[in-house]
Design a protein around this ligand. Structure first.
Ligand SMILES: Cc1cc2nc3c(=O)[nH]c(=O)nc-3n(C[C@H](O)[C@H](O)[C@H](O)COP(=O)(O)O)c2cc1C
Length: 163
């Protein structure tokens, strides 16, 4: 690389409640070239986007919706994000058409249509970490009462390759 070329730099902006989305964000980061910075949107809301060529945004789905900090980050930075190379992902326990619908509904249409990589990565039920209410919801709706991992490694690999 000579001094005139901009350094390739990637931001991964994400949220997580019980750690599985952070795990997926780390898995993406491990395989990317150039500088990669991970930012938890629950800890930092105002991020200077100009240093990044590529922005990856992801979050977990709770009761059909992406976490609100992800939605706020997208809508608050839409004009800047439109001009980046974009990757969008969700973590969720549904698969197939249901997961695709959740993915599409999680991001503004303008960003969704522009993204070069968009996918769902599966997820985890970290029952032992959950607050009582979440444990109850998972037990009733998903009929799961022990820690369960369903991270879709192949989806993470194809996401990274699409970037
Ligand atoms: C209370 C609760 C509600 C959930 N709702 C959904 C949902 O509507 N759709 C879905 O696909 N997964 C749902 N999930 C699964 C989460 O998206 C999954 O556990 C995800 O990996 C959590 O990410 P995190 O560990 O980063 O917080 C739900 C999980 C919990 C605990």
């Amino acid at each position: 690389m000579n001094g005139w070329e901009a350094k390739m730099s990637t931001l991964i902006a994400y949220t997580t409640r019980y750690g599985s989305t952070e795990k997926c964000a780390q898995k993406i980061a491990e395989g990317l070239n150039g500088e990669v910075e991970m930012v938890n949107l629950k800890e930092k809301k105002n991020i200077e986007l100009s240093p990044y060529n590529t922005v990856i945004i992801g979050g977990p789905i709770y009761m059909g919706k992406i976490q609100k900090e992800v939605a706020a980050f997208c809508s608050g930075n839409i004009d800047l994000l439109k001009n980046k190379k974009l990757g969008l992902f969700i973590c969720c326990m549904k698969e197939g058409e249901d997961a695709e619908t959740q993915l599409k509904d999680s991001f503004p249409e303008q960003l969704f249509n522009k993204a070069v990589a968009k996918d769902y990565f599966g997820g985890e039920f970290n029952i032992t970490k959950m607050i009582f209410l979440h444990r109850l919801i998972v037990k009733i709706l998903a009929r799961v009462n022990k820690d369960t991992s369903n991270i879709l490694e192949d989806h993470i690999i194809r996401f990274r390759e699409a970037l």
